[in-house]
Design a protein around this ligand. Structure first.
Ligand code: HEC
Length: 443
């Protein structure tokens, strides 16, 4: 039981300014960081910088922390509807991973990017952009208004970039854009705007690229953006469900990875610059629907994954001028089970680094680098699964996938994964509308 003398007093002294008088904030609470006494003691001792919760371990002894914990739980239980929520915990062979809720109440979070360790931008497919600073959410104004929010379309990825020479901050966005004058057709588009940190607004939008032609389908837009080790901007574009039209020609933009200078111009050393009829921004081709990309922190190479049809989601490290084969070679079949092709390899076409059979519905891609992760996890890959609703860890040995683990089983459709500059990992889940912070615990 809480010490009736000291706990309320120290609560008033230390906690009530943020959590309200007499623990009001905890009554009937849905816990973000876990509901057991151990969870709460840890939060009080260590704080939670990402959400703006201070650490009290230096100013309180264990007994005082335990008393406050009992007080907080007592307040929480004072509501009849109170049901403690177990924290989502995954135990693997070598690690226990907890998933704390950083943000909830979103509709379809699609993209995330960190400005610093505790501040990130979030897109929702429905068209909203959020600035989240230590748990505080502010809606960002000035996003695109011609978004085709249908099927798989909507506002898609987001990236923040500070120009090291000028100091200007930019926000890049990808989305499915309505064809001007005909909102039945759409194309993947890339825009940017100056980031106005003081007002949390975007400056005027600059259109950098539209993956023409516009199509009447509402799926396979891609799209992820990132900055390669070479300082260039990479953009993935899906083939818009037109597998016999786009992936195997250099004359259209869908079904490709594109490479730009940061201002949207085309680098002179792109592989097809000057080739007759070729779209000059093409970096690699023969892609289906790439919805995962990260830039390797050590090599600077661009890693992507893409959805296969029934089977054949694949991971590629995309190289200039290479053809990744869709739909001429694939490890997948048609959704109906019929054969697309028996060919899984062909001269002039690349083999994936890994393929998934069955498809996991891969979305969101990251690698573990630094941060709170143990040595055995460093360099491993994380891929979201839309179909099976979990987060997959792919353990690499000598550049090959040696082992796969299912994390956060049943969490919901994992849409995106992001790493902050310190190496913490975050996972956005559709439906639940949540962003989780993954915290490795002892094992
Ligand atoms: C400066 C404001 C501030 C102060 C002071 C503060 N907290 Fe918090 N605390 C937060 C924020 C913000 C969160 C994040 C949860 C949220 O978004 O509501 C949090 C989270 C928590 C949680 C975890 C809740 C969950 O959902 O898992 C506990 C427990 C907690 N605080 C207890 C305390 C106690 C006990 C004190 C006093 C010793 C205290 N806090 C002081 C801001 C504060």
């Amino acid at each position: 039981m809480p010490n009736p003398k000291t706990a309320p007093a120290s609560y008033t002294q230390f906690c009530s300014s943020c959590h309200g008088p007499e623990g009001r904030d905890f009554v009937g609470r849905t816990w973000k960081l876990g509901s057991t006494p151990e969870d709460i003691e840890r939060v009080i001792r260590e704080g939670y910088e990402l959400l703006g919760m201070p650490a009290y371990g230096d100013v309180m002894d264990d007994e005082a922390v335990a008393e406050l914990t009992a007080y907080v739980l007592d307040r929480a239980a004072s509501e009849r509807s109170f049901k403690p929520e177990a924290p989502a915990v995954t135990v693997t062979d070598d690690l226990t991973v907890r998933a704390n809720v950083l943000v909830d109440g979103l509709e379809t979070p699609w993209g995330m990017d960190f400005l610093n360790d505790t501040t990130l931008l979030i897109t929702e497919r429905e068209g909203r952009i959020w600035h989240c600073e230590a748990g505080r959410m502010t809606e960002v104004t000035g996003g695109p208004t011609d978004i085709h929010v249908r099927g798989q379309g909507g506002l898609l990825d987001v990236m923040h970039w500070e120009d090291p020479e000028r100091g200007t901050e930019w926000v890049y966005l990808t989305y499915s854009k309505d064809e001007p004058g005909n909102d039945k057709r759409s194309a993947t588009a890339l825009v940017r705007a100056e980031w106005r940190a003081d007002t949390k607004a975007l400056g005027p939008l600059e259109e950098l690229f539209v993956a023409l032609p516009y199509e009447g389908t509402h799926h396979h837009y891609g799209s992820r953006v990132g900055i390669g080790g070479d300082g260039k901007l990479y953009l993935t574009c899906g083939e818009r469900g037109k597998r016999d039209v786009h992936p195997q020609t250099l004359t259209t933009s869908p079904g490709k990875v594109h490479r730009f200078n940061m201002d949207g111009s085309v680098p002179a050393d792109n592989p097809y610059v000057g080739q007759d009829g070729a779209v000059p921004s093409i970096w690699s081709w023969g892609h289906r629907n790439p919805q995962g990309m990260f830039v390797h922190p050590q090599t600077g190479q661009v890693w992507t994954h893409e959805h296969g049809p029934k089977g054949g989601d694949e991971i590629n490290v995309v190289q200039p001028g290479r053809n990744y084969g869709w739909p001429v070679i694939t490890f997948g079949k048609n959704y109906t089970g019929t054969i697309i092709t028996r060919d899984t390899a062909m001269a002039g076409m690349e083999q994936p680094l890994h393929y998934w059979l069955p498809s996991i519905g891969a979305c969101g891609f990251e690698t573990i680098h630094g941060g709170p992760w143990p040595a055995a996890w460093q360099g491993d890959l994380l891929a979201g699964s839309l179909s099976f609703e979990y987060l997959e860890r792919l353990h690499l040995e000598e550049g090959r996938v040696a082992k796969r683990d299912r994390l956060l089983e049943g969490v919901g459709r994992v849409r995106d994964i992001a790493r902050n500059p310190s190496g913490d990992v975050f996972v956005a889940v559709e439906g639940a509308g949540k962003i989780f912070h993954l915290v490795p615990a002892s094992h």
